[in-house]
Every structure is written in C-alpha cells, then in structure tokens.
Design a protein around this ligand. Structure first.
Ligand SMILES: NC(=O)c1ccc[n+]([C@@H]2O[C@H](COP(=O)([O-])OP(=O)(O)OC[C@H]3O[C@@H](n4cnc5c(N)ncnc54)[C@H](OP(=O)(O)O)[C@@H]3O)[C@@H](O)[C@H]2O)c1
Length: 338
C-alpha cells in the first residue's frame, strides 16, 4: 500500500445503520486499508439523494448490516493499493462512489475501487464534485438518449428535482422542447423563472388533457418517468404514437400501472434506465469524452443548488429536513474541509 501525508489513524467516525429502516448512529469504526486496485479516500462532502433514502428503507440493493450509507461524494485519495490506476489517483481530489454492496460515503474515510472515482479539476469545488457522478451524468445521458432516438421533444416528471433543473438548462441550451411535470403549484413559478416554457401541475384538473395536447403538438415521444404508479398510465395515454416511457425511479413507491391496450394500439414502449447499466453499454472513449463534458458543465448547466449543509454527526436531522424540502436544493453532509 502507498500512502500520502501523515500516518493513517486506526479509527474513524462513520454513520452506521444496523437494520433496514433502522436509526442512524455515528460510531467509531476501523479505517480499512486498500487492497489491489483499491483506494482509501478521506471524505470531504456527500449529498443525500432519493436513492439513499431507498437504500436506508431496505430492499433497494443488497446489504449486510451494519453498513455505512452514502452512494456518492468527494474527497482526497490518501492511500492506494497495488496497480497502475490506484497509483495514478494517489493524492488526487476525486468524486467517488462505493463498491458494490460496500460501505458508503457518509464517513470520514471510504474504501473503494480505483474504477469508481473521477479526478476533480481545480475549478470544481468539493461540494459540486460530491454530486457529479449521479445527477449530472444522468441528465447528460437523457439528452444523449433523446438525440440517439431522434425524439423531437421530452417529457419529465418530478421536474423540480435537482436533476429536473439540470434537464431544463440542458434542454434550453440544446433547443429541445421539454415538458416539465410537478405536483405543487409553487413549483410552476420556480421552473418558469428558470426559463422553462412548458410546466404542468399533475394535481390540476385539466392535467391529462393539457399533457396530451402539448405532447402531441411538440412530438414529445421520450417520456422520462421518475414517479411511476398511476402517473405512468397518464403519461402513456398522453404520449404520441411510438413513444418510449423510460422509468428511472419510483418515487411513488408504486409499480408501473397501465392498460396494455394503450401500449398495443399506440405502439408504445416501456423501458428502464439505470446510469451504471447505460454507461456499461458505452465504449471507454465515449465514457472519457462524456465525463469530460460533464466536468465542463458542472459549474453551469449541470450545477446543483445546495440548500443546506450539515455535519456528519447530524445525518438524521439532515435526512429529516431533506424529506420535507426535496425541491429546495441538495442537502450536503460536510465531512472534511474543501
Ligand atoms: N435511474 C438512475 O440512474 C437515476 C440517476 C439519478 C437520479 N435518479 C432519480 O432521479 C430523481 C431525481 O433525483 P434528484 O436527486 O434530482 O432528486 P431531488 O433533488 O432530491 O428531488 C426529489 C424530487 O422528487 C419529487 N418527489 C418526491 N416524491 C414524489 C412523488 N411521490 N411524486 C412526485 N414527485 C415526487 C420531489 O418533489 P416535491 O417537492 O413535490 O416533494 C422533488 O422534486 C430521483 O428519483 C432519483 O432516484 C435516477
């Protein structure tokens, strides 16, 4: 193992969950040492994402307990196991994600694979960098999918999310019409003030009718669905012939509900999107160019607004705040210094 800086301590503070749905505790645990191909990262910051909530509730991904949550973050590589890539990353500030079923980013240190990090250039803060690997990459992927599928326009729901706001900026700068769906009246103005032209409230009486007319008019054949449940049925009904519904989350907690007749008659498709799976279908060259584009836009179209930061030990409080104010911006756990 190669190391940067002072001797590593033996123990660190980490947020631990002992059972699915259980309380979060800050505990002292041993700092792991990197094996071949692995890195030890001294963490700076980590966001709370909807996928973290799903993981904490249990049943989203396999986990053995106790475990440390946190599916993305940023920090500095302080130790590297054997191998060319780990050696190259030693001492670098990076965006990072945990290994499959491994302990996560809500800790003073995280062990991960050298493949799960991306170096952060100086112009990217550790805060923005901590949110680089999930939403910005996904927003760019959606625009790529729209281009590849020759879709004239896009529909997206849960549109007041951080990801939704990135899509609004990308769609505006790339000139692709985007129909944004929110569920709260106050979000109509928030999104319009960002320049969004088409914003619909799913709680309004005329929603289904308005969506159908607008989707037909704009030719919105790519439907991005983070909500699922009965909303999927409405989206599919409203979508023009030949549309594709891409399910990318299930915020309602419900299965996709639809009348098969809608799909059969309208030749509509339902498919799924997981960023990791999508990236796996791409070449190394594509991925390198893609991440470089994401880094360039991270302080612009792909930036995330941070509404509050909390120290690691207040993770429970941070989550409680996040659950109530999801659309206000990202909540970050600040672990180390920038
Ligand atoms: N598949 C993938 O690879 C992938 C990658 C990245 C992100 N995602 C997904 O993309 C979504 C947005 O992520 P984010 O980090 O940008 O979220 P975020 O900023 O934390 O915001 C979450 C949004 O979801 C809305 N919401 C929550 N529950 C809802 C429900 N039952 N019905 C309708 N809207 C609901 C909230 O709106 P309110 O203000 O109305 O509560 C809020 O605008 C998440 O679902 C996330 O899991 C998926």
């Amino acid at each position: 193992m190669k190391q940067k800086g002072n001797q590593l301590p033996e123990q660190m503070a980490a947020i631990r969950q002992h059972q699915a749905g259980g309380a979060l505790k800050i505990e002292q645990v041993a700092i792991p040492r990197p094996g071949p191909g692995e890195l030890l990262i001294k963490m700076d910051a980590a966001p709370i994402n909807p996928s973290d909530l799903a993981l904490l509730a249990g049943g989203y991904m396999e986990r053995s307990y106790p475990f440390t949550p946190g599916l993305e973050g940023s920090g500095t590589v302080v130790a590297a196991g054997s191998g060319l890539l780990p050696g190259l990353r030693l001492g670098k500030r990076v965006a990072c994600s945990p290994q499959h079923a491994g302990d996560g980013t809500w800790a003073s240190y995280m062990l991960t694979s050298a493949m799960n990090v991306a170096p952060l250039p100086r112009h990217i803060s550790s805060e923005q960098g901590s949110m680089m690997l999930v939403n910005p990459m996904t927003a760019m992927a959606f625009m790529q999918i729209a281009r590849e599928g020759k879709h004239r326009a896009i529909v997206n729901n849960a549109a007041a999310s951080s990801l939704g706001k990135m899509l609004i900026r990308l769609a505006l700068s790339q000139g692709i019409p985007l129909i944004n769906i929110v569920r709260k009246e106050e979000q109509l103005e928030t999104l319009k003030s960002m320049g969004a032209t088409h914003v619909l409230n799913s709680s309004s009486e005329s929603f289904e009718e308005d969506l159908k007319a607008l989707a037909e008019d704009l030719g919105a054949t790519l439907v991005l669905d983070a909500v699922t449940g009965s909303q999927s049925s409405i989206l599919l009904n409203a979508a023009p012939k030949g549309s594709t519904l891409l399910a990318y989350a299930r915020l309602s907690g419900e299965a996709i509900l639809t009348d098969p007749g809608t799909i059969m008659k309208g030749e509509k498709k339902i498919t799924g999107f997981l960023l990791g799976n999508w990236l796996q279908t791409k070449s190394l060259l594509f991925k390198l160019k893609f991440i470089s584009k994401v880094k360039k836009a991270l302080n612009g179209d792909l930036s995330s607004y941070i509404s509050r930061t909390y120290p690691l030990e207040d993770a429970e409080e941070a989550i409680a705040h996040y659950r109530e104010h999801m659309s206000e911006g990202k909540i970050l756990l600040k672990i180390g210094s920038d």
